[in-house]
Design a protein around this ligand. Structure first.
Ligand code: T4K
Length: 373
């Protein structure tokens, strides 16, 4: 229906400005294979994100697979069951074995002590997620990686432009992987990237995403086609001009939700992370026992009234058939993740969500919290 509200809507810059950029593609005939827009977007993103090197990809999932491959990861990879399924699928695609451990009860990010407890001689990497763009405990996790000489790859799909206590969260670990999917804070329709710390690693990743080519007639790796096209890169350049404004609009919605929902008994707003630079990618709320409806009841109540929140991340990854029978997929191993999967609802948040719509969502939640009998 026309006035339905979805969990997100992509931010789109003025079409005329995009047409101008397309003109240059038509003139040059360079459509892909790391052309001028691709190069310019890499440079602009390094500057904007304050990272030393970035390699653009055609999506975040291929970037995750390539990141694991770039570090030669073979064996067990410790990760979270509380994420989008692509996190674990990337591990299977590289013929590695996910080992699922629990998250912290409040941040819903991987618990360092649970990671440490799961390390064996077969552990080949740690793959934490900055869930909802809220930084994982990067100091503790990086220290575990260093202590055991195990690489750390952060799935930073939600963490575009996020800072932790010491600057960009993307500079932690060996590699960080971004998604620029249409539903993300910064989007290139489809897209993704790997952030790395050395030029040598960037060159290697660039070879891997380009079939393993090392020059016109030389192929040195079993690479893949992970390249971002010029159209996507041009769109990204335009998005960058508007991304601060877009994050500012998200922040204003986040502030209203917190101010006007936090007194509701049994509804807890997550992610008030204080001093860090946030991107307000999601607005997760936890529906506790004292709320008059369960999480699922509230989800359907809102949908029936034209508002479509999402239950990110329900079900847990470990519920899916390809993971369910793995030894580490026993839900008894991760009570915090299991509880979150049953209790979290992500409310709509995106730059063009207008005040009237936010008012409508808040009123709907207030009505649900005090049903008339
Ligand atoms: N790691 C993590 C932690 C991730 O969250 C993701 C992706 C990845 C890795 C992999 O990155 P990519 O390979 O995707 O780059 C969405 C996205 O498809 C997915 O990118 C994202 N995570 C995941 C959390 O959410 P769905 O199934 O929720 O998408 P969908 O189509 O239901 O869209 C949600 C809402 O957005 C719709 O109700 C309407 C709106 N929408 C969506 C699209 C695609 C639009 O208005 N326009 C659009 O074009 O998965």
């Amino acid at each position: 229906m026309a006035d339905d509200i979805f969990v997100t809507r992509p931010h789109l810059p003025p079409l005329d400005e995009f047409k101008d950029l397309l003109g240059r593609i038509w003139d040059s005939g360079v459509l892909t294979n790391c052309g001028p827009y691709h190069q310019e977007l890499e440079e602009m993103l390094c500057e904007y994100l304050n990272v030393p090197h970035i390699s653009l990809f055609n999506n975040g999932t291929i970037a995750l697979v390539t990141a694991l491959r770039a570090l030669g990861v073979k064996g067990e990879v410790i990760t979270t069951p509380y994420s989008f399924v692509a996190t674990a699928h990337a591990i299977l695609w590289t013929d590695c074995t996910p080992v699922f451990v629990d998250v912290e009860p409040n941040s819903l990010n991987l618990s360092p002590s649970q990671i440490e407890a799961a390390i064996t001689k077969n552990t080949a990497a740690i793959l934490p997620v900055h869930c909802y763009g809220h930084p994982a405990d990067v100091d503790a996790i990086d220290a575990i990686g260093a202590k055991h000489d195990i690489p750390v790859i952060y799935d930073a799909a939600h963490a575009f432009g996020v800072d932790c206590h010491c600057g960009s969260v993307l500079n932690h670990g060996d590699l960080s992987v971004l998604s620029f999917h249409a539903t993300k804070v910064f989007n290139t329709f489809e897209g993704g990237a790997i952030v790395c710390q050395t030029l040598e690693m960037k060159r290697y990743i660039d070879q891997l995403k380009n079939f393993g080519h090392d020059g016109e007639i030389s192929v040195i790796e079993t690479g893949i086609n992970g390249k971002m096209s010029e159209i996507n890169a041009a769109f990204g350049l335009l998005q960058l001009d508007y991304v601060d404004d877009a994050i500012g609009k998200r922040a204003a919605i986040d502030k209203r939700y917190r101010a006007e929902l936090s007194d509701l008994p049994g509804l807890h707003c997550l992610g008030d992370t204080g001093q860090i630079r946030q991107n307000y990618a999601y607005f997760p709320v936890r529906i506790g026992a004292v709320f008059p409806m369960g999480r699922d009841e509230l989800y359907y109540y809102m949908k029936e009234r034209g508002v479509h929140p999402r239950r990110y991340f329900y079900p847990l990854i470990t519920e899916f058939s390809m993971y369910r029978n793995m030894p580490s997929a026993d839900p008894a191993r991760f009570p915090n993740a299991a509880a979150a999967a049953e209790e979290i609802l992500c409310l709509p948040i995106y730059p063009d969500l207008d005040d009237a719509s936010v008012t409508r969502i808040i009123k709907m939640l207030r009505d649900a919290s005090a049903p008339t009998v």
